[in-house]
Design a protein around this ligand. Structure first.
Ligand SMILES: *[C@@H]1O[C@H](CO)[C@@H](O)[C@H](O)[C@H]1NC(C)=O
Ligand SMILES: *[C@@H]1O[C@H](CO)[C@@H](O)[C@H](O)[C@H]1NC(C)=O
Length: 409
């Protein structure tokens, strides 16, 4: 009897198993609840757990993100944890994107993926970058940590790594200590949109070529910080609180300097005399009353100079002579002495220097003032003219022209 029953029992359980399988398949198709890793041009996994269990030596490009199973779930708060074991099964990764996923990273989580070329960790909730967190990368081209909640980069958090470009913009960093970002071979560093108030001496490496510190709260930068930066080409400092520009003689290769929107009141003599390669200088939206030719080298290579929205009343011919290569200038939103403005504009036209033409229509229709009627018909070289605050704001609000050079797209 038992021999007859057994096959029947077996067939019934097979059937049941099939039904369960089909049901679960349908459930998966309908709800998209569970999805493993899918490989197209890159492998896409929906959770860090999937990476840990399904990881594969063949994976080279991995995205851990939400747009999976044809369904874009509403993105919740990142809460995943990257552990030491997370990537052990996929040691050949070259490109890793973890976006809107991660809450914390265990030290050593990346130790098995030292061959990564691109590590993108933007829009996560990473708070801590501890000693050794980003250590041991042999040739990382880009480490992208934008839009996290990092308050502090611990000393040694990038230790023993070769990284070409680090972007920690849009975090909560208030200071940079020595020995943190001082990496040989680091060419590009952006710490923009943070809370920087302090930079330690020699915190940057001499290899650095592009440094972006814009949108912070720096009121000054000690010369010891910039001392060794002999390869720096681009230095972006707009939207900080720097009040005076002093000579920075070490930056011999500097080509682009942006100190706009800082509240700069004063540019020292010889401020730029050693920056012989300087081609673009952005000083707009400050409180500069006077720009002297003595701030520039005798044969400056400056091509672009932005001076709009300042407190300038005049420019002298000496400045023109010191800037023989000048091609673009912005001058709007300044309380120019009217007699000087005509002379300045005639000079620019004669030299083929481009400036905002829109100011001319303001001048002729008389609706929006572009200059200050000082009463004198002569353009007198008085750099200390007192101008009423209301006048300045009317000049600045009448400045509607935008003038963006190609380099700042
Ligand atoms: C960096 O490498 C040195 C020498 O191999 C080692 O002693 C040190 O612990 C490493 N530091 C980190 C943070 O990995
Ligand atoms: C001009 O600079 C001030 C700070 O001095 C800043 O608050 C403002 O946003 C800047 N304006 C523009 C258009 O960037």
């Amino acid at each position: 009897m038992q021999k007859q029953l057994r096959p029947q029992h077996g067939a019934a359980s097979m059937d049941k198993l099939k039904r369960v399988l089909i049901l679960s398949l349908i459930t998966q198709l309908i709800t998209g609840i569970r999805c493993d890793c899918v490989t197209t041009f890159a492998t896409i996994c929906s959770t860090v757990d999937d990476v840990k269990t399904l990881g594969n030596e063949e994976w080279t490009e991995l995205i851990v993100g939400e747009e999976m199973c044809g369904k874009r779930t509403t993105i919740g708060r990142p809460r995943e944890h990257l552990a030491v074991e997370t990537f052990t099964k996929s040691p050949n990764l070259r490109m890793l994107y973890l976006v809107e996923k991660v809450r914390n990273i265990e030290v050593g989580a990346f130790q098995t993926v030292g061959n990564l070329n691109y590590l993108k960790l933007y829009k996560n909730l990473i708070k801590v970058a501890a000693l050794g967190t980003f250590s041991g990368f042999r040739h990382l081209a880009m480490l992208d940590l934008q839009h996290n909640s990092i308050e502090n980069l611990a000393t040694g958090c990038f230790a023993n790594s070769s990284i070409e470009s680090i972007d920690v913009s849009n975090n909560l960093i208030s200071s940079i200590a020595t020995g943190v970002v001082d990496l040989p071979g680091l060419l590009r560093l952006s710490i923009s949109h943070n809370r920087l108030v302090h930079l330690a001496e020699r915190c940057f490496n001499e290899d650095l070529e592009h440094l972006d510190l814009s949108y912070n709260s720096l009121s000054h930068i000690d010369l010891g910080v910039l001392n060794g930066l002999k390869n720096l080409k681009t230095f972006i400092l707009n939207h900080n609180k720097i009040k005076a520009i002093i000579p920075i003689p070490f930056l011999k290769k500097l080509q682009i300097l942006d100190v706009s929107s800082n509240g700069v009141q004063h540019i020292e003599d010889k401020a730029f005399t050693d920056n012989l390669d300087l081609q673009e200088l952005y000083l707009n939206n400050n409180s500069i009353k006077y720009v002297s030719h003595t701030s520039f080298p005798t044969q400056s290579n400056l091509i672009t100079l932005h001076l709009h929205r300042n407190l300038l009343t005049l420019l002298t011919g000496d400045l023109g002579n010191a800037l023989p290569k000048l091609k673009h200038i912005t001058i709007g939103g300044n309380p120019w002495a009217c007699s000087c403005l005509t002379i300045i504009q005639t000079y620019f036209n004669m030299k083929g220097i481009q400036f905002e033409q829109c100011d001319l229509t303001h001048l002729t229709d008389g609706l929006n003032p572009v200059c200050y009627a000082s009463g004198s018909r002569e353009c007198v070289g008085n750099e200390h003219v007192e101008i009423l605050k209301e006048d300045v704001s009317s000049f600045q609000s009448s400045y509607k022209c935008t003038f963006k050079p190609a380099a700042f797209n």
